[in-house]
Ligand binder design. Sequence first.
Ligand code: ADP
Length: 249
Amino acid sequence: MATSSKVLISVKHLVKEYNHGTVHALDGCDLDIHKGEVVAIIGPSGSGKSTLLRSLNMLEEPTSGAIFFDGVDLADKSVDINLHRQKMGMVFQHFNLFPHKTVLQNITLAPVTLKKKTPAEAETQARTLLERIGLSDKANEYPNMLSGGQKQRIAIVRALAMDPEVMLFDEPTSALDPISTQKIEDLALELKENYTIVIVTHSMQQARRISDKTAFFLLGELIEFNNTLDMFTNPSNPKTEEYITGRFG
Ligand code: ADP
């Protein structure tokens, strides 16, 4: 999708504290994500990257500040959070497939129960998606029969089956080998055509390959947010430079 000038997600001075204010996960983050953009979130462990991602679909409640989606304040009492979550497909590091359900059941469960698709509709869509990722032959297998890379591709397809607007990826390739990683990146690049994407990653190479913009977090603070190419070729903050050149202490 071409990046639009429309701001889809607007994070306003987001503060998130845990353990009665003793842990400052996010320290007043401001960030706008435009429709169609791919934004990579990078930074050392414990910088608040996952907290930000989880906040976007309200798996975390802000301590203060606000998140607007399509101009609507998600804290507004009239917002149906479950409906909002359906717009945000989420993909996790450890896939989180339902182990006792087949691949097909994993993909069709939410569309049938939450989106009220008929089982036949959901199955047709699931089979189309499986074909797209080259895993049609796995439809009736259980997750434990699949490789990590296959599980992750199924997890992505499961999220896509809910027809989301945004795809949120939380370190989707951390548990994968290089070849599976490349396949997930290829799929993410394909998804760029149709979705706004936010991806938390430890891989600089992945951020460079996939994203339009990169946000660098350090200890809960958004240090730099810029076009990916600019950030990696000419970081404006010395801390960013230290991190991306691997000299981070
Ligand atoms: P990252 O994704 O960059 O590794 P996180 O968002 O997971 O960072 O965590 C940011 C900080 O918040 C860390 O200090 C982490 O220990 C803390 N934290 C995250 N989730 C919780 C939680 N549920 N309860 C308490 N502390 C948490």
